[in-house]
Design a binder for this molecule. Structure first.
Ligand code: TYM
Length: 339
């Protein structure tokens, strides 16, 4: 996939990709397949900015010590998964204050009704037993700031973030119509397959980072034994055939995970498992996941031996991108008469 336009000299101008990930809970294979691995796969075709969004993380209560460490761990996972600091800038959201500043300004242009419609807010606020904060409600405004600060063309995300990118476009359009062309309108890019990886024990719920104790999610740092045991215990149905079928959510989800990790086609996969039982298929699936995650895990533990190296990469990332953010913010402030 390459959407890059040509400049006046006929040379391809790289479009800019921006995406983010929260340093909360444990990163799982849904995050990996729909987001992180795609960021790595796309990175040579685009100019890339990836952000560990700790300001989003604090929209629900976080332990301060854990959050600080998590920021580095998630950054290390991105690098371990193949994000190349030569091709992509990675930084921590709270290190560039323009994000909070633009989020506040955008707040003043987002009608409350738009935020009330956000499905993620409705779901998260139902789960939240503590006080629901303005931050949680306002989450999409900060996400819009993240994206708009960098004149982003493309936002690769899983299906659950599409609505937030739509809101980003809406607020950008609203601002542009009031003050003239200021923000570039971003487009989300979601995977054709696996944009919403479902849970293993409950395929009606999406796989989630906060499912720390359950068997529902496979985390990127799960050991081979844990992965095997989660896969073997995954819910299946009473039918025998191993076939892609949207009406059979459990097997369909497991086959989708197999398809993405093996990078094989559906016809080949169905032929491979024809006449075989669930145990045979699950063993093959566990092998595929374990083998795919092995190099990532090795690289992750090497990186985590040297926190200062990761901090250095994150610093380089923010130094590189901050001028872009500041330029956008200055233009916005000028247009609305601040300062
Ligand atoms: P977060 O941290 O929840 O998730 C990171 C990425 O993983 C995708 N994802 C999934 N994909 C498939 N199946 C699943 N079960 C699944 N669960 C999560 C998410 O869609 C996401 O792409 N709001 C964002 C972070 C963010 C951001 C941004 C993203 C902040 N600012 C600007 C893009 C642009 C989030 O919470 O992601």
């Amino acid at each position: 996939m390459n959407h890059n336009p040509l400049n006046k000299q006929g040379k391809s101008v790289k479009q800019r990709v921006f995406s983010g990930i929260q340093p909360t809970g444990n990163i799982h294979i849904g995050n990996y397949l729909a987001a992180i691995r795609r960021w790595a796969d796309l990175q040579s075709d685009y100019e890339n900015i990836f952000c560990v969004v700790d300001l989003h993380a604090i929209t629900i209560p976080q332990d301060p010590q854990t959050l600080k460490v998590k920021n580095r761990e998630v950054a290390a996972l991105l690098f371990a998964a193949g994000i190349d600091p030569k091709l992509s800038s990675v930084f921590i959201q709270s290190h560039i204050s323009a994000h909070s500043e633009l989020a506040w300004i955008l707040n003043c242009f987002i009608p409350i009704g738009w935020l009330r419609r956000m499905t993620q807010f409705k779901e998260k606020s139902k789960k939240q037993d503590e006080v629901i904060t303005m931050g949680l409600f306002d989450y999409p405004a900060l996400m819009a700031a993240d994206i708009l600060l960098y004149a982003t063309d493309l936002v690769p995300v899983g299906d659950d973030q599409k609505q937030h990118v739509e809101l980003t476009r809406d607020v950008a359009q609203r601002f542009n119509s009031m003050y003239g062309e200021t923000f570039k309108l971003p487009e989300s890019i979601t995977p054709d397959i696996g944009g919403r990886i479902m849970g293993l024990s409950d395929p009606s719920k999406k796989m989630s980072k906060s499912d720390t104790k359950s068997e529902n999610s496979i985390f990127l740092l799960d050991s081979p034994d844990v992965i095997r045991s989660k896969v073997m215990r995954a819910t299946t149905d009473s039918m025998r055939e191993i076939r892609f079928d949207k009406n059979r959510p459990s097997i369909n989800n497991l086959l989708t995970i197999y398809e993405l990790f093996s990078r094989k086609g559906r016809v080949e996969i169905e032929a491979q498992f024809e006449g075989k039982g669930y145990a045979y298929f699950k063993n093959a699936l566990a092998d595929e996941i374990v083998e795919n995650l092995r190099p990532l895990q090795v690289r992750y533990y090497q990186l985590m031996d040297d926190f200062s190296y990761i901090d250095g990469l994150l610093k380089d990332g923010s130094l590189k991108v901050e001028p872009i953010a500041v330029k956008t913010l200055d233009e916005v402030k000028e247009k609305i008469g601040l300062g």
